[in-house]
Design a protein around this ligand. Sequence first.
Ligand code: COA
Length: 155
Amino acid sequence: MILIRHPGATQPIAVPGVVLRPPVAADAVDLGRLYFDAYEPGVAAETEQDALDDITLSFEGGYGVLDPTLSRLAWSGEQLVGALLVVERAPWPDTPDCPFIIELFTARSHRRLGIARLLLSVCANVSVALRVEDNNAAALALYHSVGFRGVADGN
Ligand SMILES: CC(C)(COP(=O)(O)OP(=O)(O)OC[C@H]1O[C@@H](n2cnc3c(N)ncnc32)[C@H](O)[C@@H]1OP(=O)(O)O)[C@@H](O)C(=O)NCCC(=O)NCCS
């Protein structure tokens, strides 16, 4: 289902020891590895190489032009622990005409620390949409907790 969140007042948040910065193409290998590890086997990519190829395609604009003002990587020291990739406009016919989150994931070792919520706070001042599977309970709980609602039904 597609969810959307409109701009609204948010509290400044931080996660101790975690620093955000925009992604660059040189991050593709680290990102591909984390992307592969973050999902259950076969959900996002069949192999680590597939994951890397998908991330490379994201950098090349295959899912829309990456927006460096809204996309962020989360680092704990030298370790990449989370990522939010946002495109200016998604290429699919059913996606709204606004920035679109094509990926959000947190390292298994760093979950429930508020990293995904921190990453999403970067988009607090714009309307932003995303697609989530109906059975992704963790993601649905996260998105609802920070104000995303269904495009179709407002729930
Ligand atoms: C979904 C995901 C990104 C959440 O990342 P995270 O950094 O652990 O999330 P946060 O710590 O910021 O959680 C914020 C809130 O989201 C909700 N939440 C997050 N994970 C949850 C879970 N497993 N079960 C229930 N609620 C959850 C909670 O309300 C949580 O607040 P709380 O910890 O104070 O209760 C992470 O589980 C992940 O990478 N999953 C695999 C990739 C994925 O499915 N991405 C989304 C694709 S649409």
